[in-house]
Design a protein. Sequence first.
Length: 214
Amino acid sequence: MRINPSILSADFGNMQSELGRVRAADMIHVDVMDSLFVPNLTFGLPVVENWRAVSETTFDVHLMIDDPDNWAPRYAEKSEMVTFHIESAKDPERTINKIREHGAKVGIAVKPNSPLEPYKELVHQLDQLLVMTVEPGFGGQKFMHEVLPKIRYARELINQDNPSCFLQVDGGINLETISLAAEAGADTFVAGSAVFGAENPELAINQLRLAASR
């Protein structure tokens, strides 16, 4: 069970310190938003490059942007995993290959209301499949329980075609909801306020991992 804290909930004014508080994490989840694909704007490549330079933990960059085909390979040069939204990709197979050419692992993400069926043929090419459990764009939202059947279906696809692929969920993950997502088949969890909002983020990470394992 892998816990990837989302820096969307971190203190942007003290990022080197914030990154040092979550060394128990498996990866750092980096939410890149462009105000086009989602109604929010966060940060771009130069900022991610600076943060990566001061982090001891690897990065999973989640591209919530309008043109991942162009930008994903650039982020792959500065991070260990790049996950892009299938809804905005014009040529997902080419983008997957370009990310790999730049030395990063690759994932695709789907919104809560996007079906998985049209993309199931891509699963065997992935290192990660991300099922959003909130509408992407803002942190602090409540977990959408209606997405649980999709997580179960994603687990079936992964078990059938690519057992080494991570099944990640993102949105509203806390000590209560992580057990529901884990029972449905998720093994990688993005948690924002549940980690960075805790007095002891590393303890929070270990508690979340234990709750998922149970």
